[in-house]
Design a protein around this ligand. Structure first.
Ligand SMILES: *[C@@H]1O[C@H](CO)[C@@H](O)[C@H](O)[C@H]1NC(C)=O
Ligand SMILES: [Fe+2]
Length: 200
């Protein structure tokens, strides 16, 4: 009797856990795809938080607010592309929990630190895309490989180059020469104002 109850509970659990796709063929990267969707959601949340910080009247860097706002929307587009892809391949797409952002996290950083951290974060996103690509490769799924390459990997490097350029230009524009002849960057002041103007 007890084993029958357990069996019934198990069958109900399986039935509610996943509808079986009829379209599905040779797709074996569900967990990694769902993880990528969660990462893109997290990135969009982070960029929204950064954009709101830059737009605040005590910061008023509207050029930076604008680029992070565009990033926010771009990450949501990445989410949508991945969701649509999962549905097309008959995967059971998971709606992820998106971690809450600490909106005060930006206040203690210079703009250069924020751009530097953003670049490192994008590299981590890129690493996970490579993991996804490896899964496609290991399961002989050329269609999935092509999707990752054409829709994600190319743009990822373009974006990183732009961030790296921006950091160099920020450092140059806010450079100070010390009496001992060495130079450092404040990442603030008129130079920051000028770069921000360019981004508007
Ligand atoms: C040069 O001066 C700056 C500012 O005072 C200081 O931070 C830096 O450590 C100095 N560098 C050398 C090599 O003395
Ligand atoms: Fe993305």
């Amino acid at each position: 009797m007890l084993s029958k109850v357990i069996l019934l509970a198990l069958l109900v659990a399986i039935a509610s856990a996943a509808l079986q796709s009829r379209a599905r063929q040779n797709f074996n990267c569900d967990d990694l795809l769902n993880r990528q969707i969660a990462i893109e959601f997290e990135a969009s949340h982070m960029y929204l938080s950064a954009s709101n910080f830059f737009a605040h009247d005590r910061v008023a860097l509207h050029g930076f607010a604008k680029i992070f706002r565009a990033d926010w929307k771009e990450e949501l587009e990445h989410v949508e592309k991945l969701v649509n892809y999962g549905i097309m391949r008959g995967s059971n797409v998971i709606t992820p929990a998106v971690p809450k952002q600490d909106d005060a996290q930006w206040e203690s950083k210079t703009v250069c630190d924020i751009i530097h951290d953003t670049l490192n974060f994008e590299k981590k996103v890129n690493d996970h895309l490579h993991t996804l690509h490896k899964c496609a490769d290991a399961n002989y799924d050329p269609q999935f490989q092509d999707f990752i390459e054409s829709e994600f990997l190319k743009g990822q490097f373009d974006g990183n180059k732009e961030l790296a350029d921006l950091l160099t230009r920020l450092e140059r524009a806010t450079q100070v020469v010390h009496q001992n002849g060495t130079t450092t960057s404040t990442c603030d002041g008129l130079g920051l104002h000028l770069i921000d103007k360019e981004l508007q």
